[in-house]
Write a protein that binds this ligand. Structure first.
Ligand SMILES: NC(=O)c1ccc[n+]([C@@H]2O[C@H](COP(=O)([O-])OP(=O)(O)OC[C@H]3O[C@@H](n4cnc5c(N)ncnc54)[C@H](O)[C@@H]3O)[C@@H](O)[C@H]2O)c1
Length: 708
């Protein structure tokens, strides 16, 4: 019987069995304060009983979790570097005690084992992994702007070699049992039911001799020059991937490189110091903020209805175009055996091709077997009529963006569907309120706005209207979560959430170009702010004609603050539609790669160029986004600033290290933001920069967005 509350402890035939996730009803076990204290006491007990013990076997009582990592709320509560460093040292001390035990220690990893969980496992002499799908290991700290602080950067290279360790630590990616064994992290892989039993076979067994490849890796690692090259390459790759915006991977590299020849204690002291510095940095706090926002999203925010929540098992998609093919892929991936309907077989073939290309990445990365791929592709039923629509629980319409056509298609489709099925539209700009009028059961209808390409873009806007039932919204919300995407509930309105805030960014870009700012300066300024691409490149990707259409809808709906410069319309007249015609602001080769600025687009711009500072360009495009977001909150299009921030990070790739648009605004100070908007209102344009009343109110009350 265990004397501990959170960890079970039992000795049988000279083997100590230590079980995590004991006595609690949560699905995940985290290394919170109590668990760490108990683990520390257990390490002491194991040491004091060492003469009577041959081994300690660590296992889990949970269905799908070994140790999910350190409790992030402990990290978020840290206020000073010293707090952070002390916290890391405390954890390191416990894991050192485990590492120093004079007998065999075996971590039987089954389920999620991340961060501190993996660092704990590394302090054991042997790691076994279960072959269960839920079993993963990794050090994702870098994603929170942190360095693994419990000895992970010290022990991982010793276990799997420097190049593999750098790959895992710098990317934060996870490995399953198969990969874990291949890279030497796990000694062996067993079925979850037998892993503890099998662990006994590893007692008294010496670790297998390193093979030739491992010996060469060790040699490379021990060699000063080759180590230098490995770190140099890793640094170059980090800078290329992160454009230098993220400090954690660089700090990790510095710490690891400087510590390669150090003793354990002095290495760990510098790891703890680095952890302390990073955990209170603004960047890490911003990334932690995103973590908490994403955690919150996992629960439907309400309001809840009284009725039953429809379960969405069978899917259908109307339209097999760019979006329809992607949606069919998503449904097939989630076992919904979708029906895909279009007007003719040629269109359906294109849709199937789109769906198949979405699976290729997973096939290549071996996340999907060829058999599964073929099974999933076969599960997509292509058709030109409504056969089988009575079985459908969720329909997503993705046909041409035309209100009259969509309305008539909805009233026809509804006749072939059950009364309790949900019908949704993937419209990117049309009024969902208006569309709902075409349906008898409008309470079962909503907008479900995916972004292009469906398999890459994580955000889905769920657009509500005055008649929608809360049960419909909740069912869609849960379904989006199930597909591993991020839902945000948005009230109907021009451009919904993301496109509406993106609009001033793209509009201002047009005006800046017309004022004489060069495309290069404009795009570079935005990239240097952290945006994934500049507005000219982005417009080329979206399609300049699509941009013009959406801009008109927003201008009609929002008035003159959303008026656009005439530049895009002139480009459409000249047939410069962006990447799809290989010509837009930039020229593109056949593979779609930009090959340089397009002279025809340049010819539409003023001949004399204006020099504007990078920060002024950035403020010209970012401030109106903040202003529009304030109006959106005022109109209750979304409920919270976090909805805006998640929407923009997951919808357009707003730089995560800034924590989101409104968190960025808060950190800059709303008073400063407002006065800069007022300045542009008099120096640039009164309508486009008219300060939002809501923003003025926040400043008058000395509040931030996140005080709401
Ligand atoms: N492409 C994007 O970037 C994007 C992003 C988000 C949302 N959307 C929205 O998704 C919808 C589809 O866009 P797309 O880019 O996939 O268009 P698309 O032109 O690539 O495909 C539309 C498909 O619908 C088919 N179709 C037309 N009428 C139909 C009918 N009555 N029944 C069945 N099929 C019919 C067409 O044959 C075509 O195959 C639009 O509402 C669009 O606004 C597009």
């Amino acid at each position: 019987m265990s004397v501990y509350k959170k960890i079970s402890y039992e000795v049988k035939e000279k083997i100590a069995y230590i079980g995590f996730g004991y006595n609690n009803d949560k699905s995940m076990t985290v290394l919170d304060e109590d668990t760490l204290k108990e683990l520390d006491a257990i390490a002491d007990q194991l040491k004091s009983e060492r003469k009577n013990l041959e081994a300690a076997i660590f296992f889990t009582h949970k269905e799908r979790c070994f140790l999910a990592g350190a409790d992030i709320s402990l990290i978020s509560a840290m206020k000073t570097e010293a707090d952070g460093a002390q916290g890391a040292e405390a954890g390191q001390g416990i894991f050192n005690k485990i590492e120093d035990l004079p007998f065999q220690t075996i971590a039987c990893v089954h389920g999620v084992c991340l961060g501190g969980g993996t660092e704990f496992s590394l302090s054991c002499k042997t790691i076994l992994m279960s072959d269960d799908k839920s079993t993963i290991m990794g050090l994702p700290e870098v994603k929170l702007g942190l360095i693994p602080g419990f000895g992970g950067t010290y022990r991982m290279p010793k276990k799997i070699g420097l190049p593999n360790a750098l790959d895992l630590i710098l990317s934060g990616k996870t490995v399953n049992a198969r990969k874990g064994k291949k890279m030497g992290l796990a000694t062996e892989v067993y079925p979850k039911e037998r892993i503890v039993e099998m662990a006994k076979k590893h007692i008294g067994r010496s670790q297998k001799k390193a093979n030739l490849k491992e010996s060469l890796t060790d040699f490379a690692q021990d060699n000063f020059l080759s180590r230098k090259v490995i770190f140099q390459k890793a640094r170059e790759s980090v800078l290329k991937k992160t454009k230098g915006f993220y400090q954690a991977p660089l700090k990790i590299l510095d710490t690891m490189e400087a510590g390669m020849m150090k003793s354990r204690s002095s290495y760990l002291a510098s790891e703890a110091q680095a952890f302390g510095e990073l955990c209170v940095s603004e960047q890490s706090k911003n990334l932690q903020h995103i973590y908490w926002m994403t955690e919150k999203v996992k629960k439907f925010p309400g309001p809840k209805g009284e009725g039953e929540i429809p379960s969405l098992k069978r899917g259908a998609c109307l339209g097999a175009g760019t979006m329809g093919g992607g949606i069919a892929w998503l449904m097939a991936s989630n076992g919904m055996a979708p029906l895909m309907k279009d007007l003719n077989t040629e269109a359906l073939e294109l849709g199937l091709k789109q769906a198949s290309s979405n699976f290729q990445g997973a096939l290549k990365r071996k996340k999907l077997s060829r058999d599964d791929f073929e099974r999933k592709m076969r599960s997509i039923h292509c058709q030109t009529d409504f056969t089988g629509f009575k079985k459908v629980d969720l329909l997503i319409e993705a046909i041409v963006e035309n209100m009259d056509i969509k309305k008539s298609v909805f009233s026809e489709t509804e006749k072939y569907m059950r009364d309790d099925a949900l019908i949704t539209s993937n419209t990117s700009s049309l009024s969902v309120e208006e569309m709902a009028k075409a349906l008898e059961k409008s309470e079962r209808f909503a907008g479900l706005h995916f972004f292009n390409p469906v398999h890459r873009m994580p955000l889905v806007e769920i657009i509500t209207h005055s008649k929608v039932a809360p049960e419909t919204v909740e069912a869609l919300y849960n379904w989006v979560l199930k597909t591993k995407k991020t839902p945000v509930v948005v009230k109907d309105g021009p451009g919904f959430l993301v496109n509406r805030i993106l609009m001033p960014f793209l509009n201002e870009a047009g005006y800046l170009l017309e004022e004489g700012v060069s495309m290069k300066d404009l795009d570079e300024a935005c990239i240097n702010f952290g945006m994934p691409m500049g507005p000219c490149r982005l417009l080329d990707e979206v399609g300049i004609d699509v941009g013009v259409k959406v801009a008109k809808i927003l201008h009609d709906g929002l008035g003159d603050r959303a008026k656009s410069s005439g530049l895009s319309a002139k480009m459409v007249e000249k047939g410069l539609l962006g990447r799809k015609t290989n010509k837009g602001f930039y020229n593109y080769d056949e593979s779609g790669k930009p090959t340089g600025a397009n002279e025809e687009a340049q010819a539409l711009l003023p001949s004399s160029q204006k020099t504007m500072s990078e920060s002024e360009i950035q403020m010209r495009v970012i401030l109106p986004m903040i202003n529009e977001a304030a109006i959106i909150l005022d109109e209750k299009i979304v409920e919270t600033p976090a909805d805006v921030d998640l929407g923009l990070i997951f919808g357009i790739g707003f730089p995560p290290f800034r924590g989101g648009l409104l968190r960025y605004a808060d950190s800059e100070g709303l008073e400063r933001i407002l006065s800069a908007i007022e300045k542009f209102s008099s120096s640039v344009d009164k309508d486009r920069y008219e300060p939002a009343e809501f923003l003025k109110g926040l400043v008058a009350d000395k509040k931030k967005f996140y005080d709401l």
